[in-house]
Design a protein around this ligand. Structure first.
Ligand code: SAM
Length: 281
């Protein structure tokens, strides 16, 4: 459904999952297709509205035919058309096939992917950025992006070969925060250059860290919080880039904390001064 830039979107009713447009959308399940088309799928009203409100480009809105009389869906469809997105109306069964859910949301959308340009990242003195080395688990990545949003991190940097932040599972787990948190990606060499120019502290998290994670003076920013891979932890070359290696104390039998949990603890500690306890809280 290509048309001139700036033109309003078109509305089309489709009844079969064999329709080529639906087939193309279903292919977004595959990482390669997401990369080739620079697109991804997001489900649910809240996510689509969050995306549009944050200036992300909606390419296609898909909604269930049964939601035709739903006022919120109608309003969203009109907004989508005005923004130049196509709207396709499908039976709930087809929406379920697109989202691979038995009880699909009434609405899904195809959006343009977006990464921050690493060359343009310029951390301010109060910033906390989170860098994730080769994060593997889509749920962990989604949870970390959501936590980064809630905890006030300035952005998330994906280092090396990572799980795709635009997979349906990760986008779901972000609960919309993917549209609010800048996301950059770098290979290890580029990250080494970036870390070398970092104007503040680089706090690496490591099971062998010699410093308790509550000890660094996080008010001396900007802070780059470096988290290790789920299986291998932080490798020696990345650990060597850190100004401090911190450890979160543990008791009990667990070897380590889950990556997303460790990130949350460290981020909230690093941003503790940004969340003063208010009267009555
Ligand atoms: N087997 C891995 C190892 O040896 O590091 C465990 C990795 S852990 C599941 C994933 C990441 O979470 C770690 O690389 C580190 O960044 C962070 N992490 C988890 N528990 C931690 C702890 N107690 N102290 C510091 N960082 C921790």
């Amino acid at each position: 459904m290509n048309r001139p830039a700036g033109a309003p979107g078109r509305v089309k009713e489709i009844s079969s999952a064999a329709n080529p447009i639906v087939k193309q959308i279903r292919l977004l399940e595959k990482k390669r297709h997401r990369e080739e088309t620079n697109s991804f799928l997001a489900e649910g009203m809240k996510l689509i509205i969050d995306a549009i409100d944050n200036g992300w480009r909606l390419k296609t809105l898909i909604h269930a035919a049964s939601a035709r009389d739903n006022e919120a869906v109608t309003k969203l469809a009109a907004r989508a058309v005005a923004l130049g997105a196509d709207v396709i109306i499908v039976p709930e069964r087809v929406l379920g096939q697109i989202t691979r859910r038995d009880n699909p949301q009434m609405v899904a959308g195809v959006l343009e992917r977006r990464f921050a340009d690493p060359a343009r990242l310029s951390p301010g003195p109060d910033d906390v950025w989170i860098a994730l080395d080769r994060v593997r688990d889509p749920g962990n990545l989604g949870t970390i992006i959501r936590t980064a949003d809630a905890g006030g991190a300035s952005g998330v940097i994906l280092v090396g070969e990572t799980t795709d932040p635009f997979s349906t599972e990760t986008v779901r787990a972000t609960m919309g925060s993917i549209f609010a948190v800048p996301l950059a990606r770098m290979d290890t060499d580029r990250f080494a250059g970036f870390a070398g120019r970092w104007p503040g502290q680089i706090v690496g998290t490591h099971l062998e860290g010699s410093v308790d994670y509550r000890v660094p003076d996080y008010e001396k920013g900007p802070i780059l919080l470096l988290m290790g891979n789920e299986q291998a932890g932080l490798p020696g070359d990345l650990a060597a880039m850190c100004t401090t290696l911190v450890r979160i104390p543990q008791s009990g039998r667990a070897d380590s904390l889950n990556l997303a949990v460790a990130t949350a603890l460290c981020l909230y500690e690093a941003r503790r001064h940004a969340f003063p306890i208010s009267d009555g809280a």
